[in-house]
Design a protein around this ligand. Structure first.
Ligand SMILES: [Zn+2]
Length: 281
């Protein structure tokens, strides 16, 4: 895939994919009408669906290899045959990234399509897929994944996240957190209570690994469009609007994991409207 790697100062970001998910647009964005989609049709499939890439980003910075998000994971017996996901390890291997090369796993949030490859079943327990890594997540999401009223929002946390604690591999982040001198996790809440985006700053250049602050390029302009996956609608809208304004104003390179692969692009302003300009694939 051309342009699956970008450089930001001294930092290299490479896009990998676990596959994709598809939903009917009216199902995923229940409040958005067909007429509202009309000017954004280019972001729908021919069948009127939204298709979300399941990207993970490998960030190489100062001798460290950081994996941001771990996809949906291997399909289970409950999934449809030929599920179009479960490809992350093959995607990494194809570009020479071995599981033991990863020093840090960082989760933007704990929804199921971002934690799927954290662990592997081993006998009656679990072992880490990335054996030398420590695993970073926000404390707010960790706590939410255990809270009875909302824990159904984190359906695979019991097998993909919770065992990290007893394995002694878990690192919790309270608010903004410097992961390395060039990588900072920044709170972008709303989609989940502790949702984080990952800011890369190196030699005066910046990039942001967005996480799920937006799912479709249409939301660059339509920041009020709330998806059924956004846990707090109002907070998600506020975060999305503020982010899009800042990303456009500062010309920050964006890595958007659910936008079409590889998900790198910029937010531009034309005639008072913001739009997504992906780097040509
Ligand atoms: Zn997601």
């Amino acid at each position: 895939m051309p342009n699956s790697t970008v450089r930001v100062g001294n930092v290299e970001i490479t896009s990998f994919s676990d596959g994709y998910l598809e939903f009917d647009a009216c199902n995923f964005f229940p409040q958005v009408t067909d007429a509202q989609w009309h000017p954004h049709e280019e972001h729908l499939t021919g069948e009127g669906k939204v298709r979300f890439n399941l990207a993970s980003y490998v960030v190489r910075t100062a001798g460290r290899t950081v994996l941001v998000d771990t996809g949906l994971g291997p399909p289970t017996a409950d999934d449809a045959p030929n599920s179009p996901w479960g490809e992350l390890l093959a995607s990494l291997a194809a570009r020479g990234v071995r599981p033991q090369d990863v020093d840090m796993v960082v989760m933007t949030h704990l929804h199921r399509d971002h934690v799927g490859w954290n662990l592997q079943k081993q006998g009656s327990g679990f072992s880490p897929t990335f054996p030398k890594a420590r695993y970073w997540m926000s404390r707010k999401d960790w706590e939410a994944s255990h809270r009875i009223e909302v824990r159904q929002r984190f359906p695979n946390a019991p097998s993909c996240v919770w065992p990290l604690e007893s394995l002694g591999l878990m690192e919790l982040m309270d608010g903004e957190h410097a992961l390395t001198p060039e990588l900072t996790a920044v709170p972008t809440p709303g989609h989940t209570p502790g949702h984080m985006s990952i800011l890369v700053t190196s030699q005066g250049q910046k990039a942001l690994i967005l996480g799920d602050a937006a799912h479709s390029p249409a939301q660059v302009q339509e920041t009020d469009w709330v998806s059924r996956a956004d846990m707090d609608s109002n907070q998600a809208r506020d975060t999305r609007r503020a982010l899009m304004e800042r990303l456009e104003r500062e010309g920050i390179l964006v890595a958007a994991g659910h936008f079409p692969a590889p998900g790198f692009g910029k937010i531009l302003l034309l005639n008072g409207r913001r739009y997504w300009q992906g780097l040509a694939a």
